[in-house]
Structures are given as structure tokens and as C-alpha cells.
Ligand binder design. Sequence first.
Ligand SMILES: NC(=O)c1ccc[n+]([C@@H]2O[C@H](COP(=O)([O-])OP(=O)(O)OC[C@H]3O[C@@H](n4cnc5c(N)ncnc54)[C@H](OP(=O)(O)O)[C@@H]3O)[C@@H](O)[C@H]2O)c1
Length: 281
Amino acid sequence: MAAAANDMFSRKACVVITGASRGLGKSVAKIFASKFPSTSLFILLSRNVSNLDVVKSEILENNPNLTIAVKKFDQGNLDQTIYDTLFDSVFKEYNVTADDFEQSVIVHNAGTLGDNTKYASDLSDVQTVQANFDMNVSGMILLNSQFLKKFSNSSKGRSVVHISSLVAIQPVPSFSLYCTGKAARDMFFRVMAVENPSIRVLNYAPGPCETDMQRACREDTLDRTTRDMFQAMHTEGNTLDCDTSINKLVELLQQDQYDSGAHIDFFDDIGGHIAKAKLDS
Ligand SMILES: NC(=O)c1ccc[n+]([C@@H]2O[C@H](COP(=O)([O-])OP(=O)(O)OC[C@H]3O[C@@H](n4cnc5c(N)ncnc54)[C@H](OP(=O)(O)O)[C@@H]3O)[C@@H](O)[C@H]2O)c1
């Protein structure tokens, strides 16, 4: 399908991607880098800087003029100073300001399963439960606020993409922490979308993609039926390549027809969402 006239990929952007070191985040980084103007600035975040450096080098092979900042960032470390200074330090290092960009984009991709080796009734360890919500919910909210503070000009394009999951809307045995975190993230962004009509917000569920997390789903999941389901998906070849899913995300963003705050799954009929948005408008 053709891109919309205001295709976000045609405008110079500051693009922030969390969990860009591997899996879906790496795929977002590489594919987005090939789409945005080379005058854009990419900020790649995760705990593993060597992996981020590899992603950066791979991108630069094909897009040598792009500016890519890699920054060590642990979303589970809720130290106020880290959040307060993160974007300032990158902007200072690259000698840029928010005004240098036509738009800003953040992709909240970093995520963990929490603990898929236990049922909900056995989650008695304070540290495990707290770490799950620190990383998947609180840290993400705090980073998001810093991003919007940095890019506060509402007349410029601002897009927030949350890499969500089907589990945000479907309960799965052994996945109580993961499901709860994704549901909380989805709702957070739904609220943000109604509070800020000028920000384009998308909760994108990427489908089952071949990553470290997908392997942990089929190897570590306590619930037998759930584990069998993940194993069968893998052996029957029903998991997705990350790039396939992220190309669909690109298509959704290019078409720009989703309701802000919507939850859209890889397997959803994009045409259906466009039709609904038109009916509602
Ligand atoms: N794979 C799937 O089938 C699937 C399906 C639905 C939704 N999703 C969602 O897609 C997103 C990416 O998943 P994935 O499958 O690519 O997972 P993955 O392979 O496990 O990668 C997770 C990413 O998150 C980063 N991360 C983990 N803990 C972090 C922390 N404390 N601070 C900062 N970054 C952290 C990791 O980087 P470092 O280790 O370098 O920090 C890594 O880049 C997640 O939100 C996941 O819930 C995945």
C-alpha cells in the first residue's frame, strides 16, 4: 500500500530505540535507519554497549552518513539522575538541540518476561516482582516523560511506539508478570494518547518473533500447555522473523491511519483498522 502524504519516514528525526542491542529492537534500529533521512539522529539504548556498537556498525555499513549515538541504559535502575541527564548528555555530545529535528520518535521496545517459571499464586519474592515493574513499567514511563520533556514543541511531529504483545489483552498461564506489565504499558499509552492529541501513539503487538525472549518462552515456561504451544509454534515454523514484523510496523506508521493509542497486532488486517478509523472520524 502507498505511504501517506505526511509519511513520517520522510522527515528528519531524532529516533530513540530502547533494547536496540538484539532481537526486535535491533531490527527496529536497522530498518528505521534505512527509512529516515540520513540527517537524522538515532539514539540506541540498552545495557550492553558492545552489542549496541555492533548494531551501530551494521547500520553505518549501509547508511554511513547517519548519526548514531549508543548509550548504556538500564531501564530497571530507577535513579533520578540517570533519567534527568540521559538526553542532555547525548545532545551535548552530538552538539544538537531538539530544534534541529522536524520530529521526534521513541520506540519503547525493551522488555523482559519477569518470571515465567512461576504461577501467579507463587510470586512471593519481593525482589522479582519489584524488578519486573521497575524495568517494564516504571522505567519506561520515566524515560518516556524525559523524552517528551526534551521534545516539548507540540507543533512538531512526536510519535511514541510501544512494542506491546498479544498478552496485554490475553491471559497466558505462567505469564502473569509479563501480561500485567504489557497491559499496564498499553493503558498508560492509551491515557497519554487521550491527554495529548498532538502525539501519535501506537501499541504494536509484533507477533511471535524468533528472539532470545521467544526461546525463553519455549524453554523456561512452567505451564506445560503454554510451553508446548511455544514449542509447537517453533517446530512448525509459525514464528516470525523480526524484520517481517517490523516491516509491518513501518507500513502501519507510513499509512498513519491508526487511532492514536490503538493496540494493533501483526496479524490484524491493517485495512480493517483504516476502515474503522475512517468510520469513527
Ligand atoms: N519476541 C517475541 O515473540 C515478542 C512477542 C511480543 C512482544 N515482544 C516484545 O518485544 C520487545 C522485544 O522483545 P525481544 O523478543 O526482542 O526480546 P529480547 O531478545 O529478550 O531483547 C530484549 C531487549 O531488551 C533489552 N533489555 C532487557 N532488559 C533491559 C534493561 N533492564 N534495561 C534496558 N534494556 C533492557 C535488551 O538489551 P540488553 O540486554 O542489552 O540490555 C534487549 O535489547 C519486548 O518488549 C517484548 O515483550 C516480543
